[in-house]
Design a protein around this ligand. Structure first.
Ligand code: 2AM
Ligand code: CA
Length: 255
């Protein structure tokens, strides 16, 4: 494992401990609101602080882009952090959320760690070196018949264009074996990377929701694009992903 992945793993596990402790008594977790359907808890903040402390200790000069504390630093090495992806699930005790840490170097995501503290699963990837769950290689599914495919979708509750979302959902649902909306983009991307989902469609997300999971999918043999079939622009937050033979059919469904 690359040394930077080792440090990110240590950071993610420290966050996971905080999250698991908080999940044992959710009644005590204080919940704040950042916007409509956009929540933050003390666990998000404490987990993020723990991640940043570990990363900063090893790499004091690197920059940070984190969901709760924003952007700091001027380096071409940027750690993109989501301390809890799936905060709404976490608040409800719905066991689908994860810690997401990616390292972007000169604009390209090079390393990724996703830690699922509920199942104690660690997902890791470095560009060009494959994707892993608990150090075992993972690959996207080979399904290419759309009527056999499970398709994950993410869009923030309330904030996306409801008509467009509804049209896309109807189209995906009518042409697949089923649509799943887990409430955690990162967990959907790990599911895609493992072949549990065959395709994934997301819109209106933030860079920290997608950065690490996208590298996992690519290193597991998947292809990820924007809705136009061109490269993903993390700052736009839109992504369609699947194995390379399936992807064009999914792009048609959401066009
Ligand atoms: P979060 O839990 O880290 O906020 C839900 O399908 C997905 O959308 C989750 O990955 C969730 O990440 C993200 N999400 C929730 N609210 C959002 C918002 N206001 N803007 C962008 N992404 C959001
Ligand atoms: Ca989050």
């Amino acid at each position: 494992m690359h040394p930077m992945l080792n440090v990110a793993t240590k950071a993610a596990r420290a966050a996971g401990k905080i999250i698991n402790r908080a999940s044992m008594d959710l009644d005590l977790v204080k919940v704040g609101t950042k916007g409509p359907n956009d929540f933050v808890t003390e666990a998000d903040q404490a987990a993020e602080a723990a991640i940043i402390e570990v990363l900063k200790q090893a790499y004091p000069d690197h920059s940070i882009l984190a969901e709760e504390s924003g952007a700091t630093g001027q380096s071409d090495h940027v750690w993109i952090i989501d301390p809890i992806d799936g905060t709404s699930n976490f608040i409800h005790g719905y066991p689908c959320y994860a810690v997401s840490i990616a390292l972007q170097v000169r604009g390209q995501v090079m390393h990724a760690i996703v830690y699922d503290p509920v199942n104690n699963d660690l997902y890791s990837a470095s560009r060009g070196e494959g994707a892993f769950i608990n150090n075992k290689r993972i690959r996207v599914s080979k399904r290419i018949r759309t009527n056999e495919c499970l398709i994950g979708v993410s869009y923030p509750a309330g904030s996306a264009d409801p008509d467009v979302q509804t049209r896309r959902l109807i189209s995906l649902n009518a042409n697949s074996a089923g649509v799943r909306r887990s409430g955690s983009a990162v967990m959907d991307l790990t599911a895609l990377a493992c072949g549990r989902l065959d395709a994934y469609v997301a819109c209106g997300l933030q860079p920290w929701d997608l950065a690490a999971g996208m590298l996992l999918v690519q290193e597991a043999g998947g292809l990820a694009t924007g809705f136009d079939g061109e490269g993903v622009k993390l700052e736009e937050g839109n992504l369609v992903a699947a194995n390379p033979k399936l992807l064009p059919q999914i792009l048609k469904m959401v066009a």
